[in-house]
Design a protein around this ligand. Structure first.
Ligand SMILES: Cc1cc2nc3c(=O)[nH]c(=O)nc-3n(C[C@H](O)[C@H](O)[C@H](O)COP(=O)(O)O)c2cc1C
Length: 148
């Protein structure tokens, strides 16, 4: 945190980590299209994806604070989220209220200014071969439709 705010860093490990974090940030800032692979883990997102978010959600770089609250700076980018889940959590399903994966990601992307978002979802993947095949088939069709 101190380094992000301009403090001198001498520790080699922290320096290397800052280089890595800057690389993730530069890659994102340069991208026109962002694709995020996001399986549901324990109702939310996997830890490595959260770690990436912690590296790229940086005040002054990807969002800033204004007199009326935070404002995203990543405008004009398109984001695709490839979502997969063992169970079913879609809107209207009994577990929709405990879905904190897609809802969190879309909120985070919007917070950073990315509102042009598309979710491709395959869910119910642990509910038997028939449900899985149908879900994957539908997701592949959705992807083909977006690409057409
Ligand atoms: C650590 C872990 C936690 C998971 N938590 C959930 C969960 O809360 N709800 C769910 O529906 N599926 C859960 N899953 C299943 C994954 O969402 C599912 O396997 C996902 O589609 C990943 O695809 P894959 O298994 O083909 O890699 C979990 C899987 C793992 C490994």
């Amino acid at each position: 945190m101190a380094a992000w705010q301009g403090a001198q860093v001498e520790d080699e490990v922290i320096t290397a980590d800052l280089v890595k974090g800057n690389a993730y940030l530069s890659e994102l800032l340069a991208a026109d299209i962002v694709v995020i692979g996001a399986p549901m883990y324990n109702l939310s997102i996997p830890t490595p994806l959260k770690s990436w978010i912690d590296r790229i959600a940086i005040a002054g770089k990807t969002f800033h604070y204004t007199s009326i609250g935070p404002e995203g700076l990543l405008v004009g980018k398109k984001a695709f989220v490839a979502s997969s889940r063992g169970g079913i959590y879609a809107q209207g399903s009994p577990r929709a209220a405990i879905e904190h994966q897609e809802s969190y990601l879309l909120a985070l992307l919007a917070f950073l200014g990315m509102t042009d978002t598309t979710v491709v979802r395959a869910e119910g993947l642990a509910m038997g071969a028939d449900v899985k095949d149908a879900a994957v088939g539908q997701a592949l069709q959705d992807i083909a439709a977006f690409a057409a």
